[in-house]
Ligand binder design. Structure first.
Ligand code: ZN
Ligand code: ZN
Length: 262
């Protein structure tokens, strides 16, 4: 079985747990490909280097909404630097960007400005966008809708780590987005997330670990890693009445389509 982990942060904890070891365990567990996602300039740069070094690893570059400088010229400078990183070959996506109203480290206004800038960058570079959203689904949907109206095109990208119910799901599906689920879909109290997962059409579904965060239920409390993706896949397969092997194939093909891989 080949599983595609569409969102992880291998850059973290490199000293305690070498990347080569984690990727070895990942391959043994069937997680043969992953996207290493940047959250700021240095982690984006590092994601590219890791993707260059290891087979099956791809990179995404961007600025997380919780990690933005308040100084406008500095932000502009960072946008230019991220844009130049996006031109390097192992880069397959822009992000993670988006809105996070759970933590208030940056203003909503600043987050929206950066999100829009990432959407423009993704549109211009023809790369898909990886979107982070926490307690801001309504706001994210309307910002994405406005952008899609302006370009006259659907949004090529993914809502990563879907963390709400089904109610607003159609807004994102109508925009053309893929929906990705992380380990929290398997937590006992996550009924609304499981309801959402059961409502995502198979051709728009992706799986991820978001490692080192959100280890799936059997590994909950541990530091997450790509090797644990199977638990999330199994949870969703059961919800959808699908064979795990089949769901692995479908989500693998979806990831290749979205990120432009063979
Ligand atoms: Zn995120
Ligand atoms: Zn992330």
């Amino acid at each position: 079985m080949k599983i595609f982990d569409t969102h992880c942060h291998l850059q973290w904890h490199e000293d305690e747990d070498p990347i080569a070891n984690r990727l070895q365990r990942a391959v043994e567990a069937g997680a043969e490909a992953c996207i290493c996602v940047g959250v700021d300039y240095s982690s984006s740069q590092r994601a590219l280097r890791i993707a260059e070094q290891y087979d099956g690893v791809y990179a995404s570059v961007g600025l997380h909404p919780n990690d933005l400088p308040k100084d406008p010229p500095e932000l502009e400078k960072l946008f230019r630097k991220i844009h130049s990183l996006s031109q390097q070959p192992p880069c397959v996506a822009i992000g993670e960007t988006g809105l996070d109203f759970f933590r208030n480290r940056t203003t909503h206004h600043l987050q929206a400005k950066s999100f829009r800038h990432h959407l423009e960058m993704a549109h211009e570079t023809k790369l898909p966008v990886i979107i982070h959203c926490r307690e801001a689904y309504q706001e994210a949907a309307s910002l994405l809708q406005d952008f899609s109206n302006e370009t006259g095109e659907p949004i090529a990208g993914v809502m990563h780590c879907w963390s709400t119910g089904s109610e607003i799901l159609p807004d994102f599906l109508d925009l053309g987005l893929y929906i990705s689920f992380a380990g929290n879909v398997s937590y006992p109290k996550s009924n609304s997330l499981r309801d959402a997962a059961s409502n995502v059409p198979l051709d728009r579904l992706l799986v991820e670990t978001d490692a080192p965060f959100l280890a799936p239920q059997p590994k909950r409390g541990k530091r997450n890693e790509p090797a644990y993706i199977r638990h999330t896949l199994d949870c969703i397969a059961e919800l959808k009445g699908q064979d795990a092997e089949n769901l692995a194939q479908v989500t693998w093909a979806n990831a290749c389509t979205l990120f432009g891989l063979d």
